[in-house]
Write a protein that binds this ligand. Structure first.
Ligand code: PXL
Length: 283
């Protein structure tokens, strides 16, 4: 089978295991040819680590994309996560239009808010622009806070009801969405997982694993990339959802057991071989 080519458009946070430094290894383990478009270069991510360096690469992005276009390079898929500024949303939007063809599958994780609040540095205007950017993707993958913001729903703490979750999933589905995916879903305090709405089949799918207390940085990016890699490899949303939930859970469990600093990211690396095998690689 022809290998799929995916471009990952997000920053390089050199230390801290998020954005490109998890996207590239996970999509590669899924068997994808993974092209990176680094939007910025930071010494670390911005989540609780002070004094980080930041180099904006925005002036490089269109020239890079134009070069790829001139070489006739086609993309089967594109993924975006944390973007960082309104200007960058505009640039990535232009690049998607330049590089997508009618079969390119785009996944956008808004990566802008959690626990009922926007991340540091983002305002209402950014949230609206991100909502409009995500509306152009085939797959949107927000957490509950982001989904509430994107659909004008009042934020609620869990445990959730099926009615609330399925209402959000369906409100997220605009004219361009094939799938909507929600993270941070739980119906009882012992479990945590994700829900997916397959728009064409009008079908909702759930996947859970055990909840581990605490906030672990980078797990949203790990989940999004593990889901996308599995979905591109298998074209089966149910297996992709459970695979991503389990992969993320295992990474958190290893980190919890090792008692490392949770700002430094989770140990997903030791799960890559099993993930890759599960998707039919290593044969
Ligand atoms: O994990 C999302 C992410 C990506 N990139 C940068 C970040 C964050 C979250 O804090 O700061 C630079």
């Amino acid at each position: 089978m022809k290998q799929k080519r995916v471009v990952s458009m997000q920053d390089i946070s050199c230390f801290g295991k998020c954005s490109q430094t998890v996207s590239l290894p996970i999509l590669s383990a899924a068997g994808m040819e993974t092209v990176i478009l680094p939007t910025a270069l930071l010494s670390t991510h911005t989540g609780g680590l002070d004094g980080y360096t930041f180099l904006d690469l925005k002036d490089q992005l269109l020239p890079i994309a134009n070069h790829w276009k001139s070489l006739g390079i086609e993309f089967d898929a594109m993924i975006t996560g944390y973007v960082g500024s309104s200007e960058m949303i505009g640039i990535l939007s232009d690049i998607e239009e330049l590089l997508r063809n009618k079969n390119t599958l785009i996944l956008s994780d808004p990566a802008m808010a959690d626990n009922g609040k926007l991340y540091k540095g983002f305002d209402e205007k950014y949230a609206e622009e991100m909502r409009d950017f995500c509306a152009k993707a085939d797959i949107v993958l927000p957490n509950i806070t982001e989904a509430c913001m994107m659909t004008g729903t009042e934020y609620r703490e869990g445990p959730y009801t099926k009615e609330f979750i399925e209402g959000l999933l369906k409100k997220l589905a605009g004219p361009h969405q094939k799938l909507t995916v929600l993270t941070g879903v739980y119906f009882n305090p012992k479990e945590l997982g994700a829900a997916l709405y397959d728009v064409k089949r009008d079908l909702v799918i759930y996947a859970f694993n055990k909840r581990i207390e605490g906030y672990y940085h980078g797990t949203g990016d790990i989940f999004a990339n593990a889901f996308f890699g599995a979905y591109l490899a298998l074209n089966d949303p149910k297996t992709a959802l459970q695979t991503a939930v389990d992969f993320t859970y295992e990474a958190i469990r290893r980190t919890y057991d090792a008692k490392t600093d949770i700002r430094f990211g989770v140990n997903f690396e030791e799960g890559l071989y099993g993930y890759s095998r599960k998707l039919g690689n290593h044969e």
